[in-house]
Write a protein that binds this ligand. Structure first.
Ligand code: SF4
Ligand code: SF4
Length: 452
């Protein structure tokens, strides 16, 4: 049988050897923890504490404000030290609740209490997930409860657990699957209980044989759950790619996975759902990889949200002697975000700190040079776009052509085109700028129209 795959894609050096076998260990933070009120797509949460308040781990310190929003919890016990704007992974200033930890990590009453989801109705399950402040932890940060309430729940055919972890360097999901397979399967069963007509599919790239074995064993007793190994090809873990691989359907950027009969959740998110529903535990900790050629002991940690990245680097032994760090990235080398500094806190969607040296950073520091029309970028685009022409339109700021004739808003920012370009054109950055300008112009037009 021919294996189904998505169009295009690339095979970058995955860099996973640095940390793939580093066992998950718990890291407990030392000093203050910082909680941005906006760690999700949608409206920022509303601060629910004051300076001087004593708080506990698991306590809501900023409340979900509207349907597309999410609760923020303190991940430690201690005292609210400040409520002020601080820089976050995105480089922007965001209102944050700063908690001075007392180092005891005392929790709110009832946290950790075991419960069987089979005795819960749909609304109770969704409320637990909502209360726990769960968002997409693979990077998207979209509030999970919204995703779990599609217009037509009976139309959902597949609940897909995204264990592809195709992004170079990152290995925390691999480790989570190897060590917490049973909990992830239970998390998937929780989601499946909301979609009685759906089957569960756990997609894992073949470069993670231990995770495939562990998840297959854990899922062996579940009739409607299967593990689907997939070729190691970037961006296998992109939402569009994974839907194609499992359901055989092509989807557009403007289309929700539910419209294609799919719910897609990252492995860490599914684990967080298990904790929220079966252990009354909000999203206050997550798995994070600290890796790259500049890191002395590349590691996989279970980390409290709010911990500064700098502490994680120290916990991983600091820098290799003489290493010249050219780039610190939140995430992996293809889609990660260059960090403004290491003092920014780990957020719910922070899966890695990757420190690249001169060689590794070269790929992401490209100069604008002329296209030699080799066509490679067009061949690898998983969305079937024409990055070569989009690049020209974006450079000329011809956004009309970029959007309407070249469908540039369908770009998923995977960076595959940039990766293969022999002229080293910074295509993905050009597309990000173009998309930003188009969406900004749309917003301005809407506001102008509303003011009339
Ligand atoms: S960054 Fe956009 S245009 Fe380039 S390959 Fe990915 S989806 Fe295609
Ligand atoms: S890969 Fe680079 S050089 Fe080749 S066609 Fe695309 S933009 Fe031009």
């Amino acid at each position: 049988m021919i294996e189904r795959t998505f169009r295009g894609g690339v095979h970058p050096d995955d860099g996973k050897a640095y940390s793939r076998d580093a066992a998950l260990t718990v890291y407990e933070p030392k000093g203050e923890l910082v909680f941005p009120v906006s760690q999700h797509i949608g409206k920022p949460a509303k601060v629910a504490v004051s300076v001087g308040d004593r708080v506990l781990a698991g306590q809501v310190i900023a409340q979900q404000d509207g349907y597309v929003s999410s609760n923020i919890h303190s991940s430690c016990s201690g005292t609210v030290k400040a409520i002020e704007k601080r820089r976050t992974v995105m480089g922007n200033l965001v209102e944050c609740v700063v908690v001075e930890s007392d180092g005891k990590f005392r929790t709110v009453k009832g946290m950790g209490a075991k419960a069987d989801f089979r005795n819960m109705n749909r609304e109770t399950i969704l409320q637990r997930i909502r209360d726990a402040g769960i968002v997409g932890m693979g990077g998207a940060s979209f509030p999970t409860p919204v995703k779990l309430e599609p217009k037509n729940p009976d139309g959902i055919e597949y609940v897909i657990v995204n264990g592809a972890e195709c992004e170079p360097y990152i290995t925390c999901d691999d480790q989570l699957m190897r060590t917490h397979a049973g909990e992830i399967v239970t998390g998937l069963e929780v989601i499946l209980s909301l979609f009685p007509k759906a089957q569960g599919v756990i997609v894992i790239e073949r470069n993670k044989p231990e995770a495939i074995a562990a998840m297959t064993e854990a899922a062996a007793m579940s009739k409607n759950i299967r593990v689907q190994p997939a070729p190691t090809k970037y961006p296998q873990g992109g939402e569009k790619s994974i839907i194609k691989v499992v359901a055989g359907k092509d989807t557009k950027m403007s289309q929700l996975p539910a419209e294609a009969g799919c719910i897609v959740d990252n492995v860490s998110t599914v684990y967080a759902i298990y904790e929220a529903v079966c252990l009354a535990t909000p999203l206050i900790r997550r798995a994070v990889t600290v890796t790259g050629p500049a890191v002395r002991n590349p590691s996989n940690f279970i980390v409290r949200v709010g911990t500064p990245f700098r502490e994680l680097l120290e916990a991983a032994g600091g820098l290799v002697e003489g290493a010249e760090v050219r780039k610190a990235i939140a995430g992996g080398a293809m889609m990660g975000i260059a960090l403004p500094d290491l003092d920014v806190p780990v957020q719910k969607a922070s899966n890695a700190l990757t420190l690249l040296t001169v060689d590794g950073a070269e790929e992401s520091e490209r100069k604008l040079t002329a296209c030699i029309r080799c066509g490679r970028c067009n061949e690898v685009c998983p969305m079937g776009l024409t990055p070569q022409m989009m690049g020209v339109a974006a450079e000329r700021k011809d956004y009309q052509k970029y959007e309407n004739r070249l469908y540039g808003l369908e770009c998923i920012s995977c960076g595959s085109c940039t990766y293969v370009c022999p002229a080293k054109r910074p295509l993905m950055q050009l597309f990000k700028d173009a998309k930003g300008a188009i969406l900004e112009a749309r917003r301005a037009a809407q506001q102008g129209g509303g003011a009339k």
